[in-house]
Design a protein around this ligand. Structure first.
Ligand SMILES: CC(C)[C@H](C(=O)O)[C@@H](O)C(=O)O
Ligand code: SF4
Length: 414
């Protein structure tokens, strides 16, 4: 019997052949944290007092508290900077460089790696075919000190993406479609391996969105089987061609499901849960106060391109904040004129912060407000007030909504 991608990666990382259900100890290829959880990671490291196992596979990026909204946040960042200096950590990205998950896929992660980070959306790196799992701060501290962690090998589930998406429908709609069908807790204890039938029909930006939302499906990880698109992305971002690893043809999965891409509609997750999925036509016309386009879910170049296409020559009727997920994306979007279009349409544009996604700062919601956001979570209080209502959508619905002031489809605007 052949091996799944999950089994291949975890067998290599643990140095023995593993099977689903095994409790294993494995060597991590990359370990990462950000400012908010980093504070706790460092606290544990300092308490234990051991030396860092390897600085070259440790990545730190500031994103949650960027720019620091209060003295406590500034202090947290200051203490992490001192830690970085003390341990001579070179893979450190201070505020403004990008959201950790975006930085990881732009610069560090490779297909087949075992990656852990102190943030639940670490699954984003599964876009490149890495087994990437979020863990708590103490587990991450232990991995920083020993180079190892432990985990239960998840049950592998196969999802096939077949066909081609309709106009304006993107990776976010595919993630929501999977949540519509399976609901938010189905994949508990599983790893999802996604096979794209025709790789070019499902580009890396879309893969990153779906992998990002793997944790919202409650999967341990969600990986796209590496293919030509994976190679293309790494070549264009980093200038070299990676080796890719794929599951065997006769690998066994607990189950399998095919998403017919041409049947996927424009979807939203209505308040207050990610699996309360509705087609946009069911909620069209609801008045909206505020639109947020950004985050590690949908702050990529293709998201900004779609928003700019829809907003070109128009003015937004809602408040609208746009946050590209990294400096690199911001610069590309500037060169391509997207930032100018969005600013002229009346959006506030900044970069490199989680900001409103977690209701921390930079655009929190007031009681009674209705929000459309391209983020991954809409539970009560996520973006500020517990009395706000959050609809999750892809970039085209968010942009059309900002222009019309009510939930809309791109076709209503263009
Ligand atoms: C703050 C952090 C622990 C959290 C996570 O792990 O996901 C955050 O990034 C989020 O999106 O809710
Ligand atoms: S952008 Fe949002 S989902 Fe992503 S890491 Fe930041 S807070 Fe979490």
């Amino acid at each position: 019997m052949g091996l799944t991608l999950t089994e291949k990666i975890l067998s290599r990382a643990s140095g023995r052949k593993v099977s689903p259900g095994d409790v294993i100890e494995a060597n991590v290829d990359l370990v990462a944290f950000h400012d908010l959880t980093g504070y706790h990671v460092i606290e544990v490291i300092e308490k234990v007092g051991m030396k860092i196992h390897r600085v070259d596979n440790l990545v730190i990026a500031f994103d949650h508290l960027v720019p620091p909204p209060d003295v406590r946040s500034a202090e947290i960042q200051k203490s992490i900077r001192e830690f970085v200096k003390l341990h001579k950590i070179s893979n450190f990205h201070d505020g403004g460089y990008g959201i950790l998950h975006q930085v990881l896929i732009e610069k560090y992660v490779l297909p087949g790696q075992f990656v852990i980070a102190a943030d639940s959306h670490t699954t984003t790196s599964g876009a490149l075919g890495a087994f990437a799992q979020g863990m708590g701060a103490s587990d991450i501290a232990a991995a920083v000190l020993t180079g190892k962690t432990w985990l239960v090998v998840p049950q592998p589930f196969k999802i096939v993406l077949d066909g081609r998406l309709r106009e304006w429908v993107t990776g976010k709609d595919v993630a929501l479609e999977i949540l519509r069908v399976f609901k938010a807790d189905y994949f508990n204890g599983m790893s999802i391996e996604v096979f794209v039938k025709n790789g070019t029909d499902f580009p890396m930006d879309y893969r990153a969105t779906v992998a990002n939302m793997g944790i919202e499906m409650n999967a341990d990880t969600l990986m796209f089987v590496p293919d030509e698109e994976t190679k293309r992305f790494i070549e264009s971002e980093r200038g070299y061609t990676p080796n890719i690893i794929q599951p065997d043809n006769d690998a066994e999965y607990v189950d399998e499901y095919t998403v017919e891409l041409d049947k996927v509609e424009l979807l939203v997750a209505a308040p207050h849960s990610v699996d309360n999925v509705k087609s946009v036509s069911e909620v069209e016309g609801i008045d909206v106060d505020y639109v947020f386009i950004g985050s590690c879910t949908n702050g990529r170049l293709s998201d900004l391109e779609i928003a700019a296409k829809i907003m070109k020559g128009k003015k937004v009727k809602t408040r609208c904040i746009v946050i590209p997920a990294s400096w690199k994306i911001f610069v590309k979007a500037m060169e391509l004129g997207y930032i100018q279009t969005l600013v002229e349409a009346g959006c506030i544009v900044t970069y490199g912060t989680c900001g409103p996604c977690i209701g921390g700062h930079f655009g929190v919601t007031a009681p009674g407000e209705t929000v459309v956001a391209t983020i991954n979570r809409n539970f009560i209080g996520r973006m500020g007030s517990p009395q706000a209502k959050i609809y999750l959508s892809g970039p085209s619905v968010a942009a059309a909504t900002a222009v019309l002031g009510k939930i809309a489809e791109p076709g209503d605007v263009i």
